[in-house]
Ligand binder design. Structure first.
Ligand code: FAD
Length: 458
């Protein structure tokens, strides 16, 4: 409940309301609204709506007098208020993009297991690729904002946020952290606008969690070029990207090196992985390399061992935790709306104690996830993030996300298994978040090693 105002205007007399007291009463009403709504943000929000949307909001506002249910809001502790006004504008722009461009087609493309390529120029035009990188046309924004945007994307469609994360984080990040100055100048500006698309190839059919010491894909120096052989599995965006960053073990010294391998290289074959149950919009590839020749100029000049690969993963892992927040938040908000609307035994199911208990459990986990990720990103912005910090958030958020989407599905009853009710995609997509960029077990081992001083990796 709102706190009572300290200086509430009192009626001067029992006479009909004077112009002045009417003015005071209007100001008082405005000040009450301003306490829960930022008027500048409200105006900016309204100015971006089309007439149909404004009509819908007006209808909703009018029905407010008729004891409308409270607003659906998954940011219970107002984490977004920690953003600067500029960051809030980016958040709002991405939210609008996701609502307008992605939401209406997400189920259809999820069912078809296809990627909506028509969205690539549109997201590219927003210039958000490599958001936190300094120079090369990138915006040099905070990782806090980067996390919030990953959350906003996943809140509507976790596949789209994965597509974005592969390009902006894993592929651009490999070049930003491990490339020479010349390579950065060549690739990053076009990648920022999604005019050039990259992917990240680390995992292999037989080597997942054990990638640090076990890569079987090899590279061998041959004059002024390298010969690559081996397979990579699960490589997101690789069926349509322009190139893939391939991590391979040097047969000479056993160290891991990174290469920018164009998809049209001779001997480089990509096959789409079919029949996925999760993130169906993301196009994952099985890559087979047979004597692929790569110029020395395409070797990442500052990638000298697996430590450098791990640095890329460290930079992007917080983003996966934020994606889990988005996926969970989307599911929570949909479930809350359903609980308000769906009636059984003559009243909304949101009025039943057991449903309220589920909703408050969902909200408490969601709020813990949001605040944890916010602090994690603050640490990253201060250059104080360690592997175990990112791993702890990845474990907690992806595990909690699975619980939240499961509650959301349960609140929907039978309707929860129908895609059209907006909860099924979150339920399925949470599964992949749980496993990629380090499974729960592997990230727990990273935390365990840091807090006990004992490595339990075998
Ligand atoms: P495994 O390593 O075989 O693990 C199987 C099980 O054993 C897991 O539960 C694991 O936690 C457990 N386990 C393994 N070792 C230990 C241990 N020491 N102690 C305890 N438990 C252990 N990879 C890329 O390179 N690029 C991508 O773009 C990419 N995108 C992906 C997208 C999706 C949708 C998915 C599903 C995966 C993607 N991956 C990608 C691969 C992903 O990173 C791997 O799936 C992940 O690292 C786990 O490897 P694995 O699947 O081979 O499982």
């Amino acid at each position: 409940m709102d706190a009572q105002p300290q200086h509430q205007p009192q009626p001067q007399s029992q006479q009909p309301e004077s112009e002045f007291s009417s003015f005071l009463s209007k100001m008082y009403k405005l000040s009450r609204i301003a306490r829960s709504v930022d008027p500048t943000e409200l105006m900016s929000f309204i100015s971006k709506l089309d007439p149909e949307m404004i009509g819908k909001y007006m209808k909703a506002a009018k029905s407010h007098g008729k004891k409308a249910p409270p607003m659906i809001e998954g940011d219970f502790y107002s984490v977004s208020e920690l953003l600067t006004p500029e960051e809030r504008r980016y958040q709002l722009d991405v939210r609008m993009f996701m609502e307008k461009e992605v939401k209406p087609i997400a189920d259809e493309f999820w069912m078809k297991a296809e990627f909506p390529h028509q969205l690539i120029p549109k997201i590219g035009a927003m210039g958000l690729g490599g958001l936190t990188y300094k120079g090369y046309g990138c915006l040099g924004q905070s990782t806090v904002l980067e996390g919030i945007l990953a959350m906003e994307m996943a809140r509507i469609d976790t596949s789209f946020s994965t597509f974005f994360g592969v390009q902006s984080g894993l592929a651009m990040g490999s070049i930003y952290l491990c490339g020479s100055e010349e390579q950065k100048q060549k690739y990053l500006p076009e990648m920022r606008d999604f005019k050039l698309l990259g992917a990240f190839g680390l995992t292999e059919p037989e080597v997942g969690s054990g990638a640090a010491g076990g890569l079987t894909t090899t590279c061998k120096k041959d004059g002024d070029s390298w010969i690559l052989n081996g397979q990579k599995k699960w490589i997101g965006n690789a069926t349509f990207s322009d190139f893939v960053i391939i991590w391979a073990r040097n047969v000479e010294d056993d160290r891991v090196k990174g290469f920018i391998v164009p998809n049209n290289s001779h001997g480089f074959k990509t096959e789409k992985i079919e029949n996925k149950l999760s993130l169906r919009i993301v196009q994952n590839a099985l890559i087979t390399m047979t004597d692929v020749r790569v110029q020395e100029s395409n070797r990442l000049q500052n990638a000298n061992s697996y430590r450098d690969t791990a640095a890329v993963l460290r930079m992007t892992r917080a983003g996966v935790a934020w994606q889990a927040v988005g996926c969970a938040r989307g599911a929570y908000e949909v479930a809350l709306k359903y609980a308000q609307d769906r009636k059984q035994f003559g009243k909304p199911i949101g009025g039943f104690q057991l449903i309220q208990d589920q909703l408050s459990q969902m909200l408490s986990s969601l709020t813990a996830m949001q605040t944890m990720c916010m602090r994690l990103s603050q640490l990253q912005d201060q250059d104080r993030i360690k592997d175990e910090h990112a791993s702890l958030a990845k474990v907690f958020c992806t595990k909690s996300c699975k619980e939240i989407v499961s509650f959301a599905r349960s609140i929907h009853g039978g309707n929860g298994i129908l895609l059209e009710n907006d909860v099924g995609r979150f339920l399925a997509d949470a599964e992949a978040l749980y496993s990629y960029e380090g499974t729960k077990e592997i990230n727990s081992l990273i935390v365990g090693r840091a807090i006990t001083g004992q490595s339990a990796f075998v």
